[in-house]
Every structure is written in C-alpha cells, then in structure tokens.
Ligand binder design. Structure first.
Ligand code: ADE
Ligand code: ZN
Length: 326
C-alpha cells in the first residue's frame, strides 16, 4: 500500500500512449451501439477474453478492429476524454499522445473529424484537469510511404495543433528507412519526430531511426542493450527511450517483468521513461506500469525519481514548463 501511495503521489508525464489503445471495452460497446455497428463479441467479458496475444501483430489485428467503431467527432472526443479523466486520477500532469489517422481515413472518416474530436477533449483536459498536452500523428509503417505522404498533406490545415509525427504498427520488415522522405518532409513542416524502434525489431532499426529519420526520441528501444555503441550514443546524446513494461509482457517482447531492461538502462545512464502504450488492451495505466516495474525489478527510490524526472526532461515542454514539474 505504501508503494502505491508513493507512486500515486509522483507527478507524472506520459509520453507513449496510443489513444486508440486506451479504448476500453465498455466505451467500445457504447460507441458501437450508437453507431449501429455489431462487434464480434457478445459481452465485455468475451472481449477481455480475446485480449491474449503472442506477438505485436496479434495485438494490432484486434486493436485495428476495435477502432473501426469510431466514426464521429463525438466518438474521438469520448475516447480522448475517457483517457484524460483516467490519468488525471493517477496524478498525470502532462501527456504526449499518439493517434493513427490512417486507421480511420482508410475507412472514409475525414481527418478533420478525427482531429477535431481529439483536440476538443485535449483542450478541455487542459482547462478543467490542468493536464498539458502535445499531439503526435503516427504513420502506419505497414502501409506505403506514399500513403504517409497523403496523411502529411491532410494534416497541414491542422499543423498548429499537431506537435509531431511518429511511426508505429508492424515493425518487423518495415524498417524506419522506408519512411526517410516523409520524415524529412514532416520536419520541414515544423513537426517534431519520434519513431517506434527496437520493440520487436533489431537494434539496427534504432540506428536507422536516429541516423536516417533524425528522431528526437525512441519509442520502446528495448533492444538497444545488445549494442554497446548504440548505448553510448543514447547516453552521450541524451536520447530518451519511452518504454512500456506491461505492453512488453503482454506482447511477449519479454517473457516476464523481471527480465525488463529498464533497470539496466537507468544504471547505464540512458534517459529511460515508462508509459502505458495501449492500456485498455494490456491492463495497466501509468501507476500500474510503475508498480509492476518497481516490484519485479526491485527499483530503489533513486530509480523511481529518475524515471519520473526523465519523462518531463524528455517531453516537449519548454524549459520553464519543465522546471515547474521537476
Ligand atoms: N500501435 C499501438 N501500439 C503499438 C505498439 N506497441 N507497437 C507498434 N505499434 C503500435
Ligand atoms: Zn506504442
């Protein structure tokens, strides 16, 4: 209990969260019903039963299927608002959240509908819950670079409310280099850059994300410890890794929590941070990720403090905003 209240008391920043991955079954049923869509499940229990994954792809198939019920601005608002109220209860003060426009535009949902719903909720969260935010549009790496370019184009009228671009979905076989040109074009539009790399894929993909895409931060990056030169680069350049421990266990990126690399990373001086990724599917929001990591790896108070500080340091808040949190 004491540990839980320590975790609760820490002001936290979440930098790796897919809004579509925060879609809880209860809300999914509610939205499906009002949109006259029949889900392939007959109860909330049977949905939860289906959430057993052997790898990233098995999860993605179910995650994209769940997102199909999101049609209207109100749906995207409700999704985002539910996430914000949840993390508000966990003392999260700042969020940098992903959304996957192509999952919705592919089905004919206009970019404008998606972003307006998300943005309205983020603004409400800022005003009423005092949670500051940044918004990151993620390109789906199983699709073509040309498709990502179309998404970049569609985003331009909303450039002032989108802070950065990311790269997610099926990692193996879709290296960062596939998106070299669209990342360059995104940077030219003023977007900050991040990419998922080294989750299931090799350390070489982390190098590509840094050298070819020029990202400022790596999402996951679990595999970096296999490469000494890469570890040195991450430490020297203070390149943060946004790790997601409960996600890694749920997707069998690691077999058990006590094998999670976060403790070793902290001890080597890497700017490691922890986040929830897709909490509705993996069963843990921020506090649960802290709790499971701390207990499985016997993290000490310095580790815990460092994790919390690292997340604000690695955020896109201004130096003076960071100061208020650290
Ligand atoms: N999209 C949502 N969650 C993801 C993850 N963990 N890896 C890659 N793409 C994702
Ligand atoms: Zn992710």
């Amino acid at each position: 209990f004491k540990l839980q209240s320590i975790i609760q008391g820490i002001p936290k920043a979440e930098l790796h969260l897919h809004l579509e991955g925060s879609f809880e079954p209860e809300l999914m049923f509610q939205v499906a019903k009002r949109n006259n869509i029949t889900l392939p499940y007959d109860s909330i229990e049977s949905v939860k039963e289906a959430y057993k994954f052997n790898n990233l792809q098995e999860f993605l198939d179910i995650y994209y299927a769940g997102a199909q019920v999101l049609l209207h601005e109100q749906d995207f608002f409700d999704l985002t608002w539910a996430y914000l109220t949840k993390v508000h209860s966990e003392n999260v003060r700042h969020v940098e959240v992903f959304f996957d426009p192509q999952t919705h535009t592919e089905r004919g949902v206009p970019f404008e509908v998606i972003i307006k719903g998300i943005h309205r909720a983020l603004e409400k969260g800022k005003n009423e819950l005092h949670i500051s935010y940044k918004l990151i549009m993620s390109y789906l790496r199983h699709l073509s670079e040309e498709d990502a370019f179309k998404t970049l184009e569609a985003s331009l009228p909303f450039k002032d409310i989108i802070d950065g671009v990311g790269l997610d979905s099926s990692e193996k076989g879709n290296p960062p280099s596939k998106f070299k040109n669209v990342f360059k074009a995104s940077a030219m539009q003023g977007y900050r850059l991040v990419a998922h790399a080294g989750e299931e894929g090799p350390a070489a993909y982390i190098w590509e994300a840094l050298d070819i895409l020029n990202v400022a931060r790596i999402d996951h990056g679990n595999r970096c410890l296999t490469d000494k030169a890469l570890v040195k680069r991450l430490v020297d350049e203070k390149i943060a890794l946004t790790l997601c421990p409960t996600s890694n266990v749920a997707l069998k990126v690691i077999q058990k929590m006590d094998e999670h690399p976060v403790a070793k990373m902290l001890d080597k001086g890497i700017v490691a941070t922890i986040h929830s990724d897709d909490p509705a599917y993996f069963g843990g929001y921020m506090n649960e990720n802290y709790y499971q990591t701390i207990t499985a790896l016997n993290l000490n108070l310095n580790h815990i403090r460092q994790l919390a500080i690292n997340a604000f340091e690695a955020s896109w808040l201004s130096a003076s905003e960071k100061e208020k949190h650290i």
